[in-house]
Design a protein around this ligand. Structure first.
Ligand code: CMC
Length: 435
């Protein structure tokens, strides 16, 4: 399924008197590309593209997004079908291996994951040295980095069996790590994974089971959690995934690369938005501000307030993930017997925004983060755990993209150029002669 070069007309670029030809590359779907690699060598010029609005650092076979039509597909399969029919571990295999697994292969993979969910007592110690009030994303990034120290046999990025082991260890241990981060913050003892429980059941039990009690939740709880993870599983070259690829391009191991993805994801403009949405809805409730009045603040540039959970670099129509989450929110809350006024506020804010010229002109719609927090909250997660949940969901995507990059013969260490706009050369001025 590789993109074919030269099947589109080349592009000529006029630089002063000189004209150079740049090859083009055909996408199987979506934007075709211009190969600008010879630009600097041929012309001495570099391309300035702040925020990479037009820059494709790679070709990829993993995820396709059509932002105008609101389409998201993993390996060709529509997100709506995967969310309805698949499971998170099956989607992880699809993203990482490229095809839906056979029943036998899926079972073998699940068994392998199940076997590795356990964290050694030495590893468990690291949660006790992190302050209880540390943000969960800080601890998560640190714990994933530590995995490089605990599993040295899985570090070599060029050894397929080491990469396969690192893939399984990350997917298996991440739910355990996230549940431990939560329990440590709560002051509760860390529990062990149980063989025979599913991935999601183990995660929920290790997170929520109280001392001396059994943890039980309705089927809708597990299904919704699984679906939310599927919805987050990949999103092509977003900020955290690009960070993972960039770090991996130096042949840093998979753990170090994924830990960098966790850092990028923590930002409020990226994965941290789900936590910010909930804080925003709580602010609207607690201050009793009318959603219309709140929107005036958002539109006032001097306020520096954004409508969190709205807008997206790629989607210029309704984010298909947000549509699925919105549809699920009412049903999940009903199944869990939760009534949350924040959901009503969210519906109202969405209505106001979607009929406001500011949002219409800029094509700003709810993104995946707008409704997810309300479901997580109904499940019992505090807002600070929302972004780690996003990270758990995004993990298969980071791994799949890193592996694609490592195997790509065209891949090079990521090393962008710059356009220097600082001082020309000047003489050092001794301290006693400076004004
Ligand atoms: N509230 C108010 N104005 C907005 C918003 C928003 N949420 N998003 C964009 N705008 C305005 C922005 O001020 C700009 O206006 P103008 O043209 O007058 O300068 C215009 O829309 C274009 O925005 P931009 O910042 O140039 O767009 P971008 O593609 O660089 O940023 C974004 C995309 C997601 C960072 C941005 O929409 C945003 O900050 N949204 C809120 C944070 C959020 O919900 N992030 C989660 C993204 S989805 C999950 C994920 O993938 O991580």
């Amino acid at each position: 399924m590789a993109a074919s070069k030269g099947t589109l007309p080349a592009v000529s670029l006029q630089v002063g008197e000189r004209s150079i030809e740049l090859a083009t590359i055909r996408a199987s779907q979506g934007n075709h590309g211009i190969v600008v690699a010879p630009l600097m060598k041929e012309t001495g010029l570099v391309a300035l593209d702040t925020g990479y609005l037009n820059t494709a650092p790679c070709t990829s076979e993993i995820t396709f997004i059509d932002g105008d039509a609101g389409i998201l597909r993993y390996r060709g399969y529509p997100i709506e079908q995967l969310a309805e029919k698949s499971t998170f571990l099956e989607v992880a295999m699809l993203l990482i291996k490229g095809e839906l697994p056979s029943a036998h292969d899926l079972e073998a993979f699940e068994t392998r994951i199940d076997k590795h969910m356990y964290l050694s007592d030495d590893f468990r110690q690291i949660f006790s040295v992190m302050p209880r009030r540390a943000h969960p994303m800080a601890t998560l990034g640190a714990a994933i980095n530590m995995m490089a120290g605990f599993y040295p046999e899985s570090l070599d990025p060029l050894d397929p069996s080491a990469v396969s082991l690192a893939t399984v260890l990350l997917l298996a241990k991440m739910p355990t790590i996230i549940s431990y981060i939560y329990r440590r913050a709560q002051g509760n003892a860390l529990l062990y994974p149980k063989h025979g429980q599913s991935y999601i059941e183990n995660f929920a039990r290790m997170t929520f089971q109280l001392p001396g009690e059994r943890f039980e939740a309705p089927e809708a709880f597990y299904r919704a959690l699984d679906t939310l993870l599927i919805l987050h599983a990949d999103h092509e070259q977003n900020c955290s995934t690009s960070s993972v690829r960039m770090i991996g391009s130096a042949q840093a191991n998979l753990y170090m690369s994924v830990s960098g993805g966790v850092s990028a994801l923590s930002g409020p403009l990226h994965g941290g938005a789900n936590e910010s949405v909930l804080n925003m809805l709580q602010y609207i409730r607690d201050t009793d501000i009318e959603p219309k009045k709140f929107m005036e603040k958002v539109k006032d540039r001097s306020s520096n307030i954004r409508l969190m959970g709205f807008g997206h670099r790629v989607y210029k129509s309704y984010d298909p993930r947000a549509a699925i989450v919105k549809e699920q929110a009412d049903a999940v809350l009903a199944a869990l017997g939760v009534k949350d006024e924040l959901l009503d506020i969210a519906h109202e804010v969405e209505q106001v925004a979607l009929s406001d010229d500011y949002f219409i002109e800029r094509r700003l719609y709810p993104n995946v983060d707008f409704y997810t927090g309300i479901i997580y909250r109904a499940m019992g997660f505090p807002a600070s755990m929302f972004t780690p949940l996003f990270a758990l969901g995004r993990l298969p995507g980071w791994i799949a993209q890193w592996r694609e990059m490592i195997r790509d013969p065209a891949a090079k260490i990521g090393r962008p150029r710059q356009i220097y706009v600082g001082h020309p050369e000047r003489e050092y001025v001794p301290l006693d002669q400076r004004p």
